[in-house]
Design a protein around this ligand. Sequence first.
Ligand code: NAD
Length: 434
Amino acid sequence: MPAVATPPRAAAAPVTEKKLPAAASHVDFNRITDEQFLIAAEHMKLEDEIQLLLRTPYRELVVQVPVRMDDGHLEMFHGYRVQYNGVRGPYKGGIRYHHEVDLSEVRSLAALMTWKTAIVDLPFGGAKGGVTCDPTKMSRKELQALTRGFTQKIDMALGPYRDIPAPDAGTNAQTMAWIMDEYGKKHGYTPAIVTGKPVNLGGSLGREEATGRGVTIITQEACKAYHINFKGASVAIQGFGNVGSWTAILMHQLGAKIVAVSDVVGGIWSEGGLDIPRVVEHCKSTGSVCGFKGARAIDNEGLLALDVDVLIPAALGGAITRRNVDGVRARLIIEAANSPITPHADEKLHARGIPVVPDILANAGGVTVSYFEWVQNLQQFNWTHEKVNLELEARMLRAWRSVYTRSVEGGTPLRIAAFVDALDKVAQATRQRF
Ligand code: NAD
């Protein structure tokens, strides 16, 4: 008889259960998004019933995902999928892997997705997902097992016309490929179930850099509006992942001077401007921007306080708060990350005359090209890279003009104008459907 391989015995291996994090970070993101909503709702005199409908998430899934880790022990992960609002179309939003992810943060990001898809006028609602884990400390095998397990647990709420995930911080095209594969085992080949896939599995050309490209387009427009010469403008970018690195690459190509970039480890700074293609190579080979020759070291707090034309927080939420807002010296801020500025800090920046382009407009390029990917998958017809970029530019410019005009005509900050623009569209669809 051939020997039968037996899996490691669970009883013999230690079992770890991660405690459900309460308020994982020092910032209550859900409160921030709700506060921003209420300011805009008050401004536009939105009726109470519509406010109630738009402030309430449609469905929240909380799931537990057991994973056998490489050392044999069993770890229990907590995952979330919040479908916030679907009156304008299927739920749409990324999946985040981060050790501070909790339900409140995912709910707030799902609300932001609802307003974001409305601003760029996509036929989608808003959703978000996340798993509390540290992907930087997990092997490929562990990440694959986690992703497949998470997909099985939320499968019943997904669908190409129901809810379509995408990558967010800590996830990427590979994660989406695993989700598509796992979903396909039960439902058959369904590339439109996720966006941000590898291109040869049905991903769209231009999706990888789409958020950074959108941030770049919006920054160029904002520079024109606020009388900053984009060519040669000094730019500091916090975060060098998908969004931060692509923003740096594209802005560098267009002649902006990227003077500082950072990641979770720390940052680098060169007054004369960084050689971004070389920084990207350095980051690929070492895993961080730190230690790049020809630049000085700077920490994240120092980067946020640099005297630059444009500051771009492109890491995680809660970067600029009451604690450090007085140190900010930039002339213009573009929110590439979601919720990087708390409402208190936002007010202070407004009082000092520093314009802030809000996340729901500035980083909408990612979901816009996700929409193009979904359309291509449903039609089984591929667009050229050039067509993707042209369509993205057209949508971003239209959204910018609409929000900027509202802001000028209403004498409001861009954030209120952006929220009013989005709430108008979602409220109208709600009134028509209820
Ligand atoms: P990513 O995981 O690819 O990169 C995150 C970057 O931030 C990394 O460089 C990481 O080292 C850095 N970082 C993490 N914690 C940090 C800290 N405490 N201080 C400084 N740097 C830190 O993530 P991403 O996809 O680039 O997303 C970044 C932000 O943009 C998130 O807020 C995300 O929600 C938002 N966003 C992403 C997309 C997208 O298409 N990926 C679309 C819209 C919005």
